[in-house]
Each structure stands twice: as C-alpha cells, then as structure tokens.
Design a protein around this ligand. Structure first.
Ligand SMILES: *[C@@H]1O[C@H](CO)[C@@H](O)[C@H](O)[C@H]1NC(C)=O
Ligand SMILES: *[C@@H]1O[C@H](CO)[C@@H](O)[C@H](O)[C@H]1NC(C)=O
Ligand SMILES: *[C@@H]1O[C@H](CO)[C@@H](O)[C@H](O)[C@H]1NC(C)=O
Length: 949
C-alpha cells in the first residue's frame, strides 16, 4: 500500500476512535442488551445482509438497523425499546436471549421467514406492548409465559405453523385488545378463560384445528367486537345461546366449523353488522326477529335450514349481501327485502337464494337495478311461471370485480420526470403536480362489509384523517378480496401540495401504520400492514426508516468516500435516536466540542447570545424556513447582522447537515460563497450563524411580486457570481465539493447584489483517487436535491458528477432569463424553453421585465443555459467553460449595463489564480475529473464545446 493509503487509513482510525471515545463517555446500550442483540443476530439468517451494521459500534448510538432505543431516567444505560424488522428477508430462529431485552416494547418480525419456536423467554419482557410475528414459519406451541405480559396490547402471530393449544394463561393478558392467531395449526378448545380479558376487541382464530365445544362463557368477554373462527372443527357443538347476548359484538364469523343446532337469534345485539354461519350443519328455521339495522352481511348458506325466508330480512338499510343458498328453504321468494335501502352511488344488494326449494314468485316482483337476485336451482325456475323469473335463474359468479385504475385525468399533463418515481396524484385538486408517493400494502383482516365500493369513500376519509393527511393525499390504487374474506388494498400516499414528503412525515406515517397507533372505524375491523414501500425515500432517508432499506446509509457513504466524509457520517449516526421524544439529544451536546477542535475561524455562540440577537426568536425576526428549520435575522452584540439557521426540533437529518455544514464551511472562503460566522450547540439546540444577505434570495427577486425587477446586466452578473462560487467548490475546495442542491433559493444576494451560493447541507465530498491513483469518474450516491433542478441523468443513474451542478445552475440561468419557476403549473422550465427555442420564437419566454441590450447577449446566455440543461451529462459544459462564456458575454454589454463592474477585478483575478493552483495540487493529491478540461478551456469557447478528458 502506498504512503497515501497509509496516511488515509491512519486518519480514518484516528477519526473513528476519536468519535467512539466520546460516545463511551456518554451513554451506551446496556451490555446485557448488546449481548442479546448479538445472540439474536447469531441465530438469524440474513441473506440480504440487512443487518450488516449490527456489530459495529453500539446498538443505540450507532443506530443499528431496526433498533430503537430510549433513555430511562437515572439509569446509566440506554435501552432497546423496539426491534422493527418487518419484511427484512430474515430466516433462522428467534434466539431465547431476546428475553434479556428488559425494556422492549415492540417486537416486530412480521413477514419474514423465521422458523422454530417462539422462545418462552419472551414472557420475561413485561414491558412488551406489541408482538407482531405474523407471516413467518414459526412452529411449536405457544409458550404459557406469554400470559405474563400484562402490558401487551396486540399479539399477532397469524400465518405461521404454530400448533398446540391456546394457553389458558392468556387470561392474564389484561391489556390485550387484539389476539390475531388465524392461519396456524392451533388445536384444543378456545379457553373459556379468555372471557376474563377486559379489553379484548378482536379474537381471530380462523383457519386452525381448534375443536369444540365453543365456550358459552366467551359471551361474557366485556369488550368483544369480533369473533372470527372460520375453518375450525367444533364438531357436534352448537352455537351457545349465550352468544345472542354479547352487547358489544359486531361480527360473528363461524364458517365451515361443523356446527350443529339452530341459528341463534342475534336480534338483541344493538350494532351487530356481520354474520357468517355458512357451511355448517345448522338445522331448523331462520329466527324471525329482525337483526340490528347496521347489518351488512348475512351468510347462512350451505346448511340444512328449512321453513320459509322470513320477512324480517326486509327493511335493513345497510344490507349488502344476503345468502341462504344451499338450504332446504321453501315457499315464496320474498319481494321487499330492499324496501328500506336507498340505492345511491355505488350501493348494490345481492340476494342469493340459489339451490333451495322456493316455488313461487310474487306477481309484482320488480327488484331495482342495483339488486341482484339469484334463484338458480329452485323449482321456481322450472315451473309454469319460470318465464317471469328467467333472467334471475342464471347461475352467476358473485365476485365483486376488483377495481380498475382510479379516475382518469381529464387534463392531459406533460409526463413527469422520467426517473420512475414521480407520478401524478390522480386525486389531487392541483392537476399535473408530479410527486413521489409512498406505497402502502394494507389488508383489512376481518372487515364488517362484503362489498367495498359503497364504503370506499368513507374508508378514504377515515384513514386519511387517522394519518393526518388530507383526503386527496390518499389514493386507492387497487383493491381485491382475498380468502377470509379479507380485503387487500393498495394505497398510495402523496405529499400535500408539494413533490416530496419530508423525513418527519415519512417517519410519522410509518410509525402510525406499523406501530398500530391508529384504529379504523369499527366497520372496517382490524388491519394488517403488508408493506410500506419507501421507493425513492428508501435512499433518501435510510437512517430513519429501516424497512425497505436496500443500501445502508453508512455503508453507502463509506463506499465512495474520503476521510472527512467518514468522520461526518459516523458521527452523525451517533445521535439519530428515536424521534418522538427529545431523548435523541443524548450525545449531541458533546459532539461539537469534537468538531471545534478542527473548526477554526468560526465562533461558538451561546444560546443566550442567539436569543438576544433575535429577541428570543421572535416571529418578526424570522426571514425564512427550510427543510432544516427556521431562519432568523439577528443582530449580534457588536452590531453585526447575521442570519441564524435554527434546526428544527424534529428535523432528523438536521444533526447530520449541521455537522456537514460546519465542517465544510469553516474551510471555504470565496466572495461568491456565503460565509459561516459561527454556530451554537447547546442542549437541544443547534444553530448555524451566517453573514446576513440583505437582498435575500435570487428566487425572491425573480418572483412575479418583486417590485424592482433585476436588469439584464445584474442578472448576468449574478449568474457569473454563482458560477464562480460553484467553480470554487469544484476546483478549490480541498477535497472538491459538489453542491448537489443548486437552486435560485440557495443563491443569496448581498447589499451590492453580489451572488453568494448558500446551503452546503446536501454537499457530498468528491471522490479521491484510490491507492493506484485512478479516480472514479463519479460517486454513486443517493439522490438528493430539489425537483425541477435535478440532473435527469443523475436521477436515473444515481451517479453524481460535477456536471449535475451544471444542470441545476443551467436551470437557474433559465429562471434568470424567463422569470419562470423550474416547475410551474406542471410545466417544466427546461422543456418549455426548448419548445420555444425549437419553434424559433423565444421572445415570448424571455422575461419582459428586463430589456436585454444588446439582444445577442440574451441569445448567447440562453444558448449557454440550454447547453447546461442537456440530458446527457457529456453534452454539458464544465463550470470553467461557463464562467469563461459568461465573462465573454458580459464584456459585450455596453457601458452602464454592467451595473456591478466595480467587483470584476478581484473576481477574475482570484479565478485565474485558482486555476493555476488547481493544476499543481491535482498532480499531488486529488485528481478531480474536470481539471484536465480547465487548461484547455481557453480554446473551448463559445461554451458548450465538450472538452475531451
Ligand atoms: C388462511 O388459510 C386459508 C385456508 O387454508 C387460506 O385460504 C387463506 O388464504 C389463508 N389466509 C391467509 C391470509 O393466509
Ligand atoms: C351503526 O349505525 C349507526 C347509524 O348508521 C352508526 O352511527 C354506527 O356507527 C354504526 N355502528 C357500527 C359499529 O358501524
Ligand atoms: C415536514 O412537513 C410538515 C408538514 O408538511 C411540516 O409541518 C414540518 O415542519 C416539516 N418538517 C421539516 C423538518 O421540514
């Protein structure tokens, strides 16, 4: 290994040990729990290597995938409170050491391929609230010890191969609301002791091998809403008469259970909504008392019921489905069942009387169009009056057609950016707004309805409300009924009025759904989460949401990186802790003391100084707001005006950006870059203090509302300043920096309208050569930046080059020339300008508030901008070419048009100097891919000429 390599390694080690020393002085995870996690990992099989960061550093402070922690007052250690490894492709077994996680609240391994037993040690974790192990291949029997979990709210072990009885000890689960154990091989009786559970709402035990009798005592369960036990074998048992008197019951589903006896009279249950007793051996006649008016579904098919169809089925306003198919019913087809139903919207009613012995049809039998009556297999279809019933006597499949695509857009929108992540929200009131949705696979496990269409809107309103979204943000892409019946719904959640969700929103949505912090309206029953597809966001927010995580943030950063980047990323992961408490500040306080070692020339302010400068962060001092937090104008004690960026309490990435910015900014000095004056890091607060830019952002000056539109000369000068600032980042910063979020609102203007590039929060440091001295031409990295400014190729390939900044700057140039926003009313500025250009008439798009004089200058500026915005990276000019071309254009301006000529001397002088130093530096240390171009740039004008590498 060459000496350069040795130096890099040494620096990495120093930086790493530096970090961990500090963490060790702060809090770390309870050592028992660290060992437990190691044991858990040891018995899991992880083919996708999703847990690759388990083992490096500390579980809580190094933020192991899927691990969330909390601090307990006066406890020296941090504790693991959640394991969330939902759908992570894990197999192997769950180690008994899980029982050592004494503060665990959530144990979530759903939708993996775990085998083996549920270890009895789980019963030691009395803090557990949520166990979601559904959708694995767990076997063995349920340990009695689970009964000790007095805080358990939800036990989901459905869709495994668990056998043996339901332990009687479950009677001690005094907090349990949801017992979902369907689709296993459980045997024995349903213990009558479950009736002691005060909070039990949903008991789902369908698709097991349970045997009878059904315990009558279950009727005493104080809160029972749903009892679903289909596909078991309670042979010989009848439905206890007591079940007619469960006041809270909404749904009773006992399909195919070998039940005998009579149909119970459930008319006394006030809100009863769903009854399925099909495929049993029930005898006798149908009770004649009317069921509750909430009933949507009555399925008594495939029994041995006789007598007539009673008139009490009439006048049920919510009825969707009534089936008595396959019984021994006789008499007349009832004529008025629909009499109390209002058929508006999509309301329909299916009445399935097939395969009975009905022999008459009333004279005036005229069901409305929304009512389907099925009479096939009755004598009424073959006797004399068959002709009247002919169209009702066809055998008909009953399945509700799955929904197709949603409403089609009536307006033709231009296609969204071609990266495959953006799409239109079909329900949005703003047509043609391209946004990146989250995909949510959702299943109603035991719905109280049998047709979804009439309830779709109510569902959308209900769920949107629970997720704190506007109704149009939630779009049902498709739904389909599955065996159960269960309703599988695929949702897309769109951001409101903007293109992207921010981190907090993504985290919140995931927590609400995957933490079962929401409860749907009773009629929809319990839900299960099948997936939560981050898509684009998986790359964007890898450290906060582990599910769907393909590339670990840390590994991604380490892969294409340099020493400083390692330091920053390792440090930043330290304090990404659980979001909803302020405990995430655990080791933040000491962080900057470490940085301050390296950061010189910037001042450390106290919180009190910051508060004094902004009149206690008075709203009148607020001048802006970004993803990071609020921006205030402040006056320091010595009278200096500053801009103070105050990190959002909930901005999860704030910490990372904070470190990145300080580290970078302290080393950068250029007249076209906003300079950092200092920072503040006290307790829960992080702030960055910048020189104040009295003329605000370039975006403000281009908006339609601006009172004094910028002249052409001024615009050209701003373009040149911004280009020089970015050229400095590309060539002079050591190591080179790609800005990655160049946009008009990141270009600030000082009192003389000199452009200064701001916000290096998204910067990623540029590549270094490996030991052989060869340089990767790009860094493969996660996509960041702002829609409308994003290099299409970068977006597609995730390959970052310095000419991604060129693209974004080109968009800024187009804004300068046209006054348009990058994306406005669904129109993309690059496309609009190209269309106008090709039509040969650009006069319509040039901002009429300025008069470019001479007009050739505007043409030349426009053609430069368009070259910057070419789709193909290699077709774009280099930043040095751009600076040179802009200087040429400016030299063509007549005297007086160039309003800011007083600044030119220093600018270009510095640039020339910087170029020569670059060439020398590169030979020794960092070969940046564009430097070979800079030398030839003189001959490369007019711009856009591709300089060969
Ligand atoms: C449950 O088991 C039944 C019967 O084997 C099957 O039809 C159904 O698809 C299963 N449901 C789920 C959600 O696995
Ligand atoms: C029963 O119907 C009433 C009136 O429509 C409604 O307010 C109530 O929410 C329904 N109950 C359930 C459990 O759906
Ligand atoms: C995220 O968006 C929500 C609502 O859109 C907003 O209230 C919140 O302040 C944003 N958070 C951050 C960190 O930008």
């Amino acid at each position: 290994m060459g000496s350069l390599g040795n130096i890099l390694c040494a620096v990495i080690l120093i930086v790493l040990s530096f970090c961990y020393v500090d963490v060790a002085r702060g809090q770390t995870t309870d050592p028992n729990e660290v060992n437990a996690l190691k044991a858990i990992k040891g018995s899991l099989v992880d083919p996708m290597n999703n847990l690759k960061n388990w083992g490096s550093g500390d579980p809580c402070t190094s933020r192991w995938t899927g691990i969330f922690c909390d601090k307990i007052p006066s406890d020296p250690y941090l504790h693991v409170t959640e394991i969330q490894l939902f759908k992570t492709n894990l197999s192997g077994t769950l180690a008994p050491e899980v029982g050592l996680l004494s503060q665990l609240k959530t144990l979530d391994f759903m939708w993996n391929n775990l085998t083996g037993n549920i270890p009895k040690e789980v019963g030691n974790i009395t803090t557990l609230k949520l166990i979601t192990l559904n959708g694995n291949q767990l076997s063995g029997s349920l340990p009695d010890e689970i009964g000790y979990l007095v805080n358990l709210n939800r036990l989901q072990i459905d869709q495994n191969n668990i056998s043996g009885p339901i332990p009687k000890s479950f009677a001690n689960l005094t907090s349990i609301r949801h017992l979902h154990m369907n689709n296993n091989s459980l045997s024995g009786q349903i213990p009558s002791e479950l009736s002691r559970l005060p909070a039990l709402f949903h008991l789902l035990v369908d698709n097991n091998n349970l045997s009878g009798p059904l315990p009558p005592k279950l009727a005493e369960t104080p809160s029972l809403k749903i009892l679903q036990a289909d596909n078991n074998n309670f042979s010989g048992s009848s439905i206890p008469a007591e079940y007619s008197n469960i006041p809270t019951l909404l749904k009773l589903s006992l399909r195919n259970c070998s039940l005998q006896g009579a149909v119970p009279d459930l008319s006394g249950i006030p809100e009863f909504g769903y009854l399925d007793l099909s495929w049993n051996q029930l005898k006798g006649s149908i009770p004649t008392n009317r069921l509750a008016s909430n009933i949507t579904t009555i399925d008594l098919s495939h029994n041995f019921l006789n007598g007539t169809i009673p008139s009490n089925f009439s006048g049920l306003p919510s009825l969707q489905f009534l089936s008595v198919q396959g019984n021994l019913l006789n008499g007349a087809v009832p004529p008025t069942i629909w009499s109390n139903i209002t058929f508006t919207g999509n309301r329909t009613l299916v009445l399935d009387f097939q395969n009975n012995t009905l022999d008459t049809i009333p004279a005036a039998f005229e069901p409305p169009e929304a009512v389907t009556v099925l009479l096939y297999g009755n004598p009424v279809c073959t006797t004399s009056n068959a002709s009247r019933a002919a169209n009702l006597c066809q055998p008909t499949p009953l399945n509700e057609a799955p929904s197709g695509r949603g409403p089609q857009l009536s307006i033709i929108c231009a296609p969204c950016p071609t990266d495959g992540n953006y799409e239109y929200n079909p329900s949005s009131p703003l047509p043609c707004l391209c946004a990146v949705p989250l995909g949510v696979g959702f299943r109603l496990k035991s719905p109280g309805i049998s047709e979804f269409r009439p309830y779709k809107e109510a569902f959308e309103i209900n769920l949107a409300h629970l997720l704190d979204l506007l109704v149009y943000q939630l779009y049902i892409e498709r739904y389909i009924w599955e065996a159960g019946p269960r309703l599988n719904i695929h949702l897309k959640l769109f951001p409101s009025n903007t293109s992207l969700f921010n981190v907090s929103e993504v985290v919140q949505l995931r927590e609400l759904l995957a933490g079962w912090q929401i409860t749907l309206a009773d009629v929809f029953g319990p839900y299960e989460l099948l997936n939560f597809t981050l898509g684009y966001y998986a790359d964007e927010f890898p450290t906060v949401v582990s599910t769907g995580l393909k590339k670990s943030a840390l590994a991604g950063i380490l892969a294409g990186t340099i020493v400083a980047a390692i330091a920053v990323s390792v440090v930043s992961t330290i304090f990404i802790m659980r979001k909803h408490t302020n405990r995430r500040t655990v080791s933040r306080r000491s962080l900057l003391s470490r940085f301050s070692v390296k950061v010189d020339g910037v001042k450390c302010f106290t919180f009190d100084e910051m508060a004094a400068a902004t009149s206690d962060f008075n709203i009148s001092a607020q001048v802006g707001q970004g993803g990071y937090g609020k921006v205030y104008k402040g006056n320091l004690a010595d009278g200096t005006a500053v801009a103070i960026k105050r990190a959002h309490e909930s901005s999860l990435q704030g910490s990372k950006e904070f470190c990145t910015e300080i580290e970078l900014l302290s080393r950068l000095h250029h007249r076209n870059l906003v300079s950092l004056v200092g920072y503040c890091d006290e307790e829960d607060e992080q702030m960055l203090v910048y020189e104040f830019m009295p003329n605000g952002t370039l975006r403000d000056h281009l908006s339609a509302k601006t009172e004094r539109p910028l002249s052409f000369g001024r615009r050209l000068h701003i373009a040149l300043g911004a280009a020089k600032g970015i050229l400095y980042l590309h060539t002079e910063a050591d190591p080179p920096i790609f800005h990655r979020d160049v946009k008009a609102s990141n270009i600030l203007l000082d009192s003389k309208f000199v452009a200064k590039v701001a916000d290096f929060g998204l910067s990623r440091l540029a590549p270094v050569p490996d030991v052989e001295g060869t340089l990767p031409a790009h860094i493969s990295t996660v996509v960041k930046g702002t829609p409308g400014y994003l290099d299409p190729e970068y977006f597609l390939t995730h390959k970052l080059t310095e000419r991604s900044d060129v693209y974004s700057l080109g968009v800024v140039f187009l804004e300068l020339l046209t006054g348009m926003k990058p994306i406005q009313h669904g129109k993309n500025i690059v496309r609009e300008v190209n269309i106008a250009y090709q039509s040969g008439d650009i006069s319509g798009i040039i901002d009429s508030r300025m008069s470019p004089n001479p007009p050739e200058c505007a043409m030349r500026f426009l053609s430069l901008a368009m070259k910057c915005c070419r789709d193909e990276t290699d077709d774009r000019p280099y930043m040095a070419d751009i600076v040179r071309e802009l200087e040429t254009i400016r030299s063509m301006l007549p005297e007086g048009e160039d309003l800011v000529s007083e600044t030119t001397g220093t600018g270009s002088g510095a640039l020339t100097k910087s170029m020569s130093t670059t060439s020398t530096t590169t030979g020794v240390l960092f070969v940046s891919s564009h430097t070979s171009g800079t030398g030839q740039a003189n001959s490369g004008i007019p711009s856009g000429t591709v300089v060969p590498r």
